[in-house]
Ligand binder design. Sequence first.
Ligand SMILES: [Zn+2]
Length: 422
Amino acid sequence: MSQFSFAVGKRLAEGSTSEALGRTGTIRTPHGDIQTPAFIPVGTKATVKSVLPGSMKELGAQALLANAYHLYLQPGPEIVDEAGGLGSFMNWPGPTFTDSGGFQVLSLGVGFKKVIAMNSETFRSDEVIAPKKERLAHVDNDGVTFKSHLDGSMHRFTPEVSMQIQHQLGADIMFAFDECTTLHNTRKYQESSLERTRLWAQRCLIEHHRLTTERTHRPYQALFGVLQGAQYEDLRRKGAQDLSAMKMAVDKTEVEFDGFGLGGALDKEKLGTIISWLAEELPDNKPRHLLGIGEPDDLFVGVENGADTFDCVAPSRQARTSAVFTVNGRVNISNAPYRRAFSPIDENCDCYTCANYTSAYINHLFRAKEMVASTLATIHNERFIVRLVDQMRAAIEKGDFFEFKKDFLGRFYSSDLKRALS
Ligand SMILES: [Zn+2]
């Protein structure tokens, strides 16, 4: 038995005139259930930076996501395997996810985070290299050769290698190895890349089945196919059709994906449209994970258009730079006005930090460069985003999702709006 399942609960469109594709649901894994929609905090190297797993549980995280690329380089997947898998290794008893490493080997390689800010109308190239950044990855039809960001050593990921690493890491939900393109690649390149990702998906399914059969001492690990196609409707729809219809016959067994990861280059303005294309093509009875998205407005768009789970480093990364969420928007807690703010970061927040500490104290910790500053800010930010998506789920159940969305976004982005109007 696979020990993995997904059941749709209530639909956003139920009892309304809306055609929104959003839904609630339950993902069942060997390490517990995930009520969706849900935000999955990221613990890149098998730890959410500065926060203990017990605190992550307490703040409502239902699952954690770690990165195959980082754990492959350090400490090595065989060590995580010997420890009994990712959850045992890091003392997190709940469900876990690992990404395939595809995004990391390519993004660290071409450095497109820096380039992506350039004008996409004037800048189109398949050889995108950030200024002063050496190209660290090379893609061919069989896989990706890349240089470690730790020590410069050369490594190679293929679909089979990614599957082997992820099976050793032992997360409940894994992702197929894909090529993540950027919005700057040419249309022709996107076409050939999409075909490469399709062929890699087939190889992932075959290797996944082989490893599942071989490693019967371990709980079942679900495999999600990753959808690419950048901003092109025909490519996005084709990618989704190909992967949802994909069935590989191995040893008289038909192997298919357990769910889907919505990945790749996503223009913020087109996010909802792209997710809705995918949701229309994908089977209704399998979960959909939106990779690397965690901004409040993007989460609403994702949930509304049928994404079930989300992950993003933003809440913890921003917390460490003293940027914290409040219902009235993001603020920098280390700024002067908070020196004498003897109240919680957010009066409405139910997290440990807000229950026990003032903004003034956290302001002091950041200014004094004390480590606990990151811990308290991260607990608050992760709770804020986990709870926000929980509230979206509750709003779908209750039938007032759109009212909640309007109310939340109106308040959260009101200061941006005021700034823009002034
Ligand atoms: Zn809080």
